[in-house]
Design a binder for this molecule. Structure first.
Ligand code: ATP
Length: 209
């Protein structure tokens, strides 16, 4: 059983600023679990997902040094929805199990689960509240292009594959606007951190009373 008093799922579109927000909440004292980081660990050299992926996609999905050929895998799943579904059926249960294991080990007042495709994968059931990082599409595109070198068309295609901004925002309990400078996030970050800590402490007290 987790010791945390509150579980917050943090989501947002590609490049919206999930990592930026999560890192700051961690600095303020939240216990952060990042599912992208779990996914990378699972597919790293000794990761638990590597063998099942090689079984499903063939030995040439590994490079000569035994690590995953991420570019080849990306091309395979990009071109073939069935291959994508197969990859997800391997990865998602492992990611979820690892996330829940780490959650159970946390000692902080509250937890932040960073789950990019939260609504798309129905994982909001693991959280008490959902926090959405929100930016207009134009900013999202500019930031992702600058970071990754993807073209505008490629970024737009990824955005179109995710839940629409309006729907994501409508399903949020809390929202943080990341359209300004990083420093502009601070007042809202502190407000959220204080509120989450208060809810968590109150809930823990009522459970242990
Ligand atoms: P992804 O969906 O790709 O995992 P993300 O939602 O975690 O992305 P970040 O990695 O936090 O988003 O931010 C995306 C990019 O935008 C990064 O290069 C980050 O440094 C930059 N960025 C985030 N917030 C701001 C900001 N307020 N001003 C300028 N750049 C920012």
């Amino acid at each position: 059983m987790s010791c945390v008093g509150l579980v917050v799922a943090l989501t947002g579109g590609i490049g919206s600023g999930k990592t930026t927000v999560a890192d700051r909440l961690a600095e303020l004292g939240a216990g952060v679990i990042d599912t992208d980081e779990i996914s990378r660990a699972l597919t790293a050299r000794d990761g638990a997902a590597l063998a099942p992926i090689a079984d499903a996609f063939g030995p040439d999905i590994r490079l000569a040094d035994g690590t995953l050929d991420r570019a080849r895998l990306r091309r395979r799943v990009f071109a073939d929805p069935a291959a994508r579904a197969q990859l997800e059926s391997i990865l998602h249960p492992l990611i979820e199990a690892t996330m829940l294991e780490r959650l159970a080990a946390l000692q902080t007042d509250y937890a932040v689960l960073v789950i990019p495709l939260l609504f798309e994968t129905g994982q909001q059931r693991h959280a008490d509240r959902v926090l959405v990082v929100d930016v207009p599409e134009s900013i999202q595109i500019a930031r992702v292009m600058e970071r990754s070198g993807l073209s505008e068309t490629e970024v737009r295609r990824i955005i179109a594959s995710q839940i629409p901004r309006q729907e994501r925002n409508a399903r949020a309990d809390d929202r943080i606007d990341n359209s300004g400078e990083r420093v502009d996030l601070e007042p809202r970050l502190h407000e959220l951190h204080t509120a989450y800590t208060q809810i968590a402490v109150k809930r823990s007290r009522s459970i242990h009373a």
